[in-house]
Design a protein around this ligand. Structure first.
Ligand code: NAP
Length: 314
């Protein structure tokens, strides 16, 4: 825990992106901002998203407007670091919610722009696993890029930063393409072993908790805040599926040597990189008891809740 006492307050906040994570972050920031004098929220979106005729995008844009959030048009890939720095300098806080959607080099570009802009507070897009515990040189090279961003942020003291570690998005654990939960064959394929653990949190809970952290007093500064909807082993995941869906589940182990061999056969395959990294298990799970949400007594969706809400009847 960092002991710095910060006087920084987030009152003029720019969120980058409004996708799976950005929308819940925006909803919760807007809800909290209503109770905080002088707080206002803006979102940076590409012009193509604002003008899109895709119904789901139009619904999101309408919701953003209804929430009283100001839309700023921009493109994180096309803009230079100088241009982004100039844009960011209109705000006191920038929160990255674009993931790697804008490419593997974008997190570093955004961090450079944030520092150059001189904004008081920056939340990089690091809503994921414990990159430090994982260390460099693992099967998922995008994790190394996230460590580079941490090094840059720590190398200075002008802009305060907050990193929010959430584990995997909970829905991703059940993604058919990920292969861990195979509902067609009622099987759980454990990454690494049945005892390997994974921390998971829903994007809705991440949005709620991010808003709590942004407005938390005393201000959280230069700290990695850990969240967890749940921390389960793959064996426990199978148990929870059996209870929640009232039918037996077979279990198989995808061991690390097997996962590494599959990756070696297709080295650019993103899914295989993730599976191998999660199979090794280091940095992928932490004790829920030590998380911000438990410390603050904030209820979150557990794996059993998620199974009950999303998988019954499947
Ligand atoms: N911890 C985890 O497990 C974890 C973490 C992150 C992501 N994921 C997975 O990865 C997926 C992505 O999630 P996400 O919320 O991070 O991303 P997302 O839902 O794809 O949203 C990305 C956002 O960034 C915007 N964007 C993309 N390129 C841009 C650019 N050049 N300039 C400005 N904005 C740009 C997109 O806008 P447009 O509408 O213009 O495209 C969108 O609003 C999810 O499906 C999630 O399951 C998992």
């Amino acid at each position: 825990m960092n002991t710095t006492v910060s006087q920084t307050k987030s009152r003029n906040i720019l969120v980058l992106g409004a996708g799976e994570l950005g929308m819940p972050v925006l909803r919760n920031l807007a809800r909290r901002a209503k109770t905080i004098e002088g707080a206002r929220i803006s979102v940076l979106l590409r012009a193509s998203a604002v003008q899109s005729d895709v119904p789901a995008k139009q619904r999101d844009i309408a919701e953003i407007r209804d929430l009283g959030i100001e839309i700023v048009e921009g493109d994180l890939v096309k803009s230079s670091v100088d241009e982004l720095a100039s844009l960011f300098s209109n705000y006191d806080t920038v929160i990255g919610c674009t993931g790697y959607a804008a490419g593997i080099n974008t997190p570093m570009k955004l961090a450079k722009a944030a520092l150059q802009s001189g904004i008081p507070r920056y939340f990089p897009w690091q809503f994921g696993v414990d990159f430090e515990a994982i260390g460099r040189g693992g099967p998922q090279d995008i994790f190394d890029a996230q460590l580079d961003v941490r090094e840059l942020l720590r190398s200075q003291s002008k802009t305060e930063w907050v990193i929010i570690s959430t584990g995997m998005f909970m829905s991703y654990l059940f993604e058919p393409e990920f292969g861990v939960v195979d509902l067609q064959n009622d099987t759980v394929n454990a990454l690494g072993s049945y005892d390997t653990a994974v921390t998971v949190t829903t994007p809705d809970d991440i949005g709620d908790l991010t808003a709590e952290i942004v407005f938390y007093e005393p201000t959280i500064a230069n700290e990695i805040v850990f969240l967890a909807g749940d921390t389960v082993t793959y064996g426990e995941l199978a148990d929870k599926l059996e209870v929640g869906l009232s039918r037996p589940f077979s279990r198989s182990e995808w061991t690390v040597p097997v996962l590494m061999e599959e990756l070696a056969n297709d080295p650019q395959n993103m899914m295989r990189k993730y599976r191998a990294a999660f199979g090794i298990g280091r940095g992928m799970a932490w004790d829920k008891a030590n998380t911000f949400n438990v410390r603050e007594g904030i209820k979150v969706t557990t794996v059993s809740d998620w199974i009950g809400a999303n998988l019954s009847g499947k």
